[in-house]
Design a protein around this ligand. Sequence first.
Ligand code: UN1
Length: 481
Amino acid sequence: MTDRYRSLIDGRWGAASDAVPNVNPSDLDDVVGLAPSADAATAQEAIAAARAAAPAWGDSTPETRATVLETASSEIRARQGELGTLLAREEGKPIAEATAEVGRAAHLLRFFAGEALRIGGELIPSVRPGMSVEVTREPVGVVGVITPWNFPIAIPTWKIAPALAWGNAVVFKPAESTPGSAEALVDILHRAGLPAGVLNLVHGSGSVVGQALTGSPDVDAVTFTGSVGVGRGVVASAAASGQRVQAEMGGKNPMVVLDDADLELAVEACANGAYFSTGQRCTASSRLIVTAGIHDRFVERLTERMRGMRVGHALDPATVVGPVVDERQLEQDLRYLRTAAEEGGDVIGGELVERATRGHFLSPALVLGTTPGMTINREEVFGPVASVIRVADYDEALAVANDTEFGLSAGICTTSLAAAKHFSRRAQAGMVMVNAPTAGVDYHVPFGGSKGSSYGPREQGSYAREFFSTVKTTYVNPGRV
Ligand code: UN1
């Protein structure tokens, strides 16, 4: 079945068009849907609709906003299997992971429904006699939401739900390769009771719709997740327009494995972190930094584990690693593997795999014998590829872990509390994982990185309010009381 996607502007669904086919990466003969590609004028209409709807939504009661989010959460939960299948079909994530991601969207909506009811302020005595100071939170206004294809329902939800909870209107531009999950989310939120114009969906390209958002004086804030290259452009353009901006970009996340680690646990954490979701996560464990005493045993077990991972169609329940999202990404993965070999790495796996359907199937790859300066350890691949760096001891492991322009997530596998605590303090990353994969985060705590990985305040959890609301300080002199 082929869907026809449409944009939603001011509460009305627009015209369908065949401009952009949404192709199933597990089966290139399966066209999941056809999406329009909006022009700049359509993006401006969406911005104008959001601008007009923002004041009333900002004045709506917390209960109104919580109820919309809660209603949407319930529908997503009830349709988890169907939406998981859609997600797996358009993105290529194995069905179990896709269904879990849909469940995560339901949890996120429920969490932010609660946050809407918890918006409060502070009353502080002034340093001046008789005066008091109120610190309150207000909506930012119109928020532009630009999201990637790799978490096509969870990432839009963790941006849109807090935007709505704190009373903002939204213009949402999803990734062009995953319009189906985005549209399902918007449809559900729209029918859950959002007034017209509060949430607008515009299918289109970054160069047209994305730039319309970052260049508009009527957009107050832009939240972006995607590649470093695009993210830096978004930050620069939004800043030039005087917008508040938040960007979550790449990672080259280290996973340190120390001699005293539980070997099986370390192998499992690395296999999950490196290869689940086909390695297409900004939080993927891509640099495995292993001390000399455990290196050979670790490599042997991880290689076995990796070779046992079934690569295949996302809807086949036996599949552990789904296809690479598209041809461009597949070429990028293969290019990085070639470069790794040319620079002296020993590449295991990383072969094209044939299945019953035509798909972008690539077996997981491990590059052994690498050094920190090699391209494979400097640049984000965004595929089922990890490299191993052998180090002498913990001190060298920590130095290598931090030897990167990125700083999203960093992991350590050890049974030493002292090493774990030291690493947690010294790792230059927004998130630290002890005896757990660098990827796969909770939905109710802050998410984000340091250094080149992130720009602006954290996403998710109650910390999301730093971006999605603005603080007002009111001085009140009551006169005579
Ligand atoms: C996760 O690892 O659970 O784009 C989430 C990404 C991240 C989300 C990762 N922003 O991969």
